[in-house]
Design a protein around this ligand. Structure first.
Ligand SMILES: *Cc1c(COP(=O)(O)O)cnc(C)c1O
Length: 375
């Protein structure tokens, strides 16, 4: 087995794996399961300070993004797509697919979106039904200040859809405080459950917008309204993946029992960034770093593939390269949930020391030693 230090999926604790192997009831007809599902949704709401409604959907993180766009978009709705990264840009595809008109607010991929620049843009044009923004744009390790961005959009009466699949539980999220209308999360990043589930938190305002549609939602599986009365009706729109949900339940309790979770992510990510910089390597982003993933530029004279190969084959450690516009340009270390621990990060950096040496790249100091010093 490899040590998983990728930008998702992350490591899964044994108690989560074991919960997925438990004997199961029939989740379609056993009301105890409906109660259990509801209890998890209630915990999820408290964890991100949401007074709306939370749902757990059977499907990977992408399903949450698509469900948000499918459920809100009506033909010819204008949607503002905040674009400073690969996932940020990608929201436009879902908007288009469901008949909406995406309008980009483009911003430097190396910098966080500025609430002031957004406000200046909205002064001229604010006729949007909703806006999409990514919290941590994983391919570049970019962190956007959703707590500053979403309130500005709300001021202009624009609903907000936030992708925090790779941010939440590694970076704090305050749904009500930041006026987020639909928050999307996934099981396989800082939740440290295996891939397969997506969570969505829906504000009352977003729910009203869906109910006020003039046209039907053009999807069944991605239609958030199909869940609206599940609890009263004791009826899910499709059979819930009960083993995945049993695992998620334990992953949620692991997080609730871990009050230092945000501090730990911050400390490990910050020490990693310091080591990278002291060693003479270059962080991709310009100051807007997510504590859930560190993206490092591939130096001249080697390739992402060569570095990843040494880590995997010689050390049994998997880290990530990147993709889309960053293909071949970056290597990424995940600090997500269970993977965000000092011992594994140190081992990864020691392996990187060797990989760079094998590739003939001389660093200014040892990454592992600099990490220890910074920690
Ligand atoms: C991982 C991730 C997703 C979900 O993507 P999957 O392909 O389902 O893993 C969505 N948004 C962001 C920013 C992510 O990092």
């Amino acid at each position: 087995m490899y040590k998983i230090m990728t930008a998702g999926p992350s490591q899964v604790r044994e108690n989560v794996r074991m919960a997925r192997a438990l004997e199961t009831t029939n989740p379609d007809i056993d009301v105890d399961f409906v109660e259990y599902y509801k209890s998890l949704c209630d915990k999820l709401q408290a964890m991100v300070n949401s007074t709306g409604t939370a749902y757990i959907l059977g499907g990977e993180g992408i399903l949450g993004l698509e469900a948000a766009c499918a459920s809100l978009t009506e033909p010819s709705d204008r949607v503002l797509v905040l674009d400073n990264g690969v996932f940020g840009h990608g929201f436009a595809d879902f908007v288009t697919m469901y008949g909406g008109q995406p309008v980009f607010f483009e911003s430097d991929y190396k910098k966080a979106i500025s609430a002031d620049e957004l406000r200046a843009f909205l002064e001229k044009d604010s006729d949007f039904k909703y806006a999409t923004v990514v919290h941590c744009d994983t391919p570049s390790g970019m962190l956007n200040p959703i707590d500053e961005i979403c309130p500005v959009l709300a001021e202009y009466g624009i609903l907000t859809v936030v992708d925090s699949v790779a941010g939440m539980f590694g970076e704090p999220v305050d749904v009500d405080g930041s006026q987020i209308d639909i928050l999307c999360g996934g099981s396989q990043k800082c939740m440290s459950a295996p891939p397969g589930l997506t969570m969505v938190w829906v504000s009352d305002k977003a729910m009203e917008a869906m109910l006020a549609r003039k046209t039907p939602i053009r999807s069944f599986y991605a239609n958030l309204l199909t869940f609206r009365t599940y609890y009263e009706d004791k009826w899910f729109p499709y059979t819930m993946p009960i083993s995945d949900i049993n695992g998620l339940g334990v992953a949620i309790d692991n997080i609730l029992a871990d009050p230092d979770i945000y501090d730990r992510h911050a400390k490990i990510a910050s020490a990693t960034r310091q080591a990278v910089t002291e060693a003479g390597l270059t962080m991709y982003a310009d100051g807007a770093y997510s504590n859930t993933v560190t993206a490092i530029e591939v130096p001249e004279g080697t390739t992402d593939k060569a570095i990843l190969k040494v880590l995997k084959e010689k050390y049994g450690i998997m880290i990530s390269s990147s993709f889309d516009v960053f293909a071949g340009k970056l290597i990424r270390i995940g600090h997500m949930g269970e993977s965000a621990n000092a011992a594994d990060t140190r081992q990864t950096l020691a392996a990187l020391d060797d990989a760079f040496a094998m590739e003939g790249i001389s660093l200014k100091c040892s990454l592992a030693a600099a990490f220890d010093k910074a920690l």
